[in-house]
Design a protein around this ligand. Structure first.
Ligand code: ASP
Length: 344
């Protein structure tokens, strides 16, 4: 009996990586992945079966919507049994949001879902897309003892593999566009791909469960010196709002003005979830550290430890969409469920 070849499905959603220069006009147009083997004959050197699935409407990821996350999760679900791994080609602007969302939506994921993109279009000579693309395929196909080495949602960009729900886009110019400020790299790529196996989630061998009931009544309020009562009150009184991510200073600190604490307290008492996430790209919320953080804890603001804003947003959408509330929701918001936070 011949052994089945390792198989990878490449899902193309849009973004810079999929662009090439039109020979005639010089304008950037979507790359035709339909004849990828003609455009990138090197793909034939992989001993894998590589198939392509392009979304009908290719988008700049600034147009990303949760409905698209649902289609993406559905696409992975529909093909899950037929492939060993998945590569998602996605614009870098909102890649950290989509990767975070997919990590929550795909429960019991036991296969790699590797997001990648590029800063320069695939059809440009100095593109970073080619290396990102080829290495992502290799990572999505990588196995040891017949098990995927990276059975989780990750982002591969410029020689670094990061846990998807730990990332933030922090650079619009350099090829290393992403940072994982609170979690070590899953792999580093040079001459070899060096997997940091101790940092990678372990498979649980359960059946994939796809969650698509997201609740979108979530918003973000970033604190800044001088934020007015009007702004805070208006945000808190958004009709239907169920949860607010409060992007605080440093280790979870906020103004202590009585009007500010009073507004938040009132909102919490009437059922709003307020989740404390730091504006810093690295480090954790520590409510007990400063007096300016303790006040928030006292009134019932939930500390998000070192979760990123991108991850907090989709975690809230997912948990509220799944019907969690009250004490259980608070507990889950302070517990890592997909490796998205470190609780110390
Ligand atoms: N605006 C593009 C996008 O996010 C940038 C990129 O692909 O890197 O779709």
């Amino acid at each position: 009996m011949t052994e089945e070849k390792t198989s990878v499905l490449v899902i193309y959603t849009g973004g810079t990586i999929g662009m090439t220069k039109d020979q005639r006009t010089g304008a950037l147009v979507p790359f035709d992945f339909g004849n990828i083997y003609e455009q990138m004959p090197v793909l034939r050197n992989f001993d894998y079966r590589i198939d392509f699935h392009a979304f009908e409407t290719l988008i700049d990821s600034s147009n990303m919507k949760p409905s698209f996350w649902i289609s993406l999760a559905r696409t992975i679900e529909a093909n899950y049994e037929n492939y060993d791994g998945f590569v998602v080609l996605h614009g870098s602007d909102t890649m950290a949001y989509t990767a975070s969302a997919l990590s929550f939506m795909l429960e019991n994921l036991n296969k790699p879902v590797i997001f990648t993109g590029s800063q320069l279009p695939m059809g440009v000579i100095r593109t970073d897309g080619r290396e990102n693309f080829l290495t992502s395929i290799e990572i999505a196909a990588a196995k040891e003892d017949n098990m995927a080495i990276v059975p989780e949602v990750a982002i591969y960009f410029e020689n670094q593999l990061m846990r998807g729900n730990r990332t933030t886009k922090f650079n619009a110019e350099r090829f290393n566009a992403f940072v994982s400020g609170n979690y070590p790299l899953l792999a580093e790529v040079g001459v070899h791909i060096r997997y940091n196996k101790g940092n990678i989630l372990k498979p649980n061998f359960r059946k994939l469960k796809v969650h698509i009931n997201l609740d979108f009544n979530v918003t973000i309020l970033k604190l800044f010196p001088g934020i007015s009562e009007n702004i805070v009150r208006s945000t808190l009184s958004i009709p239907g709002l169920k949860a607010l991510i409060l992007e605080t200073f440093g280790s979870g600190n906020a103004p202590t003005d009585p009007w500010f604490i009073g507004c938040l307290k009132e909102a919490i008492q009437s059922g709003l979830i307020i989740y404390n996430v730091t504006q810093c790209k690295s480090g954790s919320v520590e409510p007990g550290k400063y007096a300016t953080g303790i006040e928030l804890e006292h009134i019932g603001v939930i500390g998000g430890y070192d979760i990123t804003t991108e991850s907090a947003l989709s975690k809230l959408m997912y948990l509220i969409g799944e019907g969690y509330s009250g004490q259980r929701l608070t507990e889950l918001l302070q517990t890592p469920i997909r490796g998205e936070m470190t609780v110390v």
